[in-house]
Design a protein around this ligand. Sequence first.
Ligand code: NAP
Length: 293
Amino acid sequence: MLLLDGKTASAAVKNEIREETLQLLAAGKRAPHLAAILVGTNGASETYVASKVKNCEEVGFRSTLIRMDADVAEAELLDAIARLNADPEVDGILVQLPLPKQISEQKVIEAIDPDKDVDGFHPSSAGKLVQGLPSFIPATPYGIMLMLELFDITTKGKHAVVIGRSNIVGRPMSILLSSNQKRGNCTVTICHSHTPNLQEICLQADIIVAALGRPEFVKADMVKEGAVVIDVGITRVDDPTAKKGFRIKGDVAFAEVAPKTSAITPVPGGVGLMTIAGLLKNTLQAYKQNHAI
Ligand code: NAP
């Protein structure tokens, strides 16, 4: 069994990005710049945004974190996005989800300039992805594709089962795996909460991508011998014995599933780290587009 270690894989991607950034700076150009907006103080969102900012620093990018109160009006958030859209010094914009109830996530996603849409959630980016045109790929599916490439996982002709159909993970993942490209060309089955016989379908999978947000949902009796298992899930599960009072669990029961697989991602230390790598790649791409490089 090959452990698809996100630490090694993301370090490789980040080294490449750092090298490119150093070359840009050496040529007298400014560094790529990511602006992140965080609304409220949700613990998980705080952690994700802090990690994104830290990773920007590590590769030599500039980053700006804009914090807004949980009760901020939608119009105020949209104004902040409009200012970032108009700022030529900002290459990428992300608004950390989820957002408080008074704010429409869809409006916010659509307010971001598609040329700065480094999360790849704008309908324009999603449409381009569906049509196989160059676009910003949502960071998590992008990170998974980078991981498949770095560990040389064959996908052509394989049956991939994606559990989850969200716009940020499951659906774009299913499009990428089914597309006509080097790490695509899978036959893809996409499953959701109304899928009957999920176990039967999973047992036919050469590749399983679990992105449903149900801790340890995928058990050994759902996985074929030799399958590749990608665990996207991140759920905080209460654990009074843990220092922080919770543990992070994936969607796969790792201990029982891993021995059956040919390759598997751990949680933590797997897809989460690759998601950041995907975001950094998108930010560099946005910079290059904005500078016509
Ligand atoms: P989401 O928007 O809640 O979508 C979950 C999907 O799973 C939905 O399509 C849902 O079906 C499906 N589902 C739920 N229960 C199911 C069941 N019992 N059987 C089959 N399908 C089921 O979640 P998401 O945003 O895609 O995130 C999924 C997980 O990935 C979460 O744990 C999230 O924290 C994690 N995540 C991790 C990263 C990372 O960097 N590693 C990034 C993003 C998200 P319906 O459509 O029918 O409701």
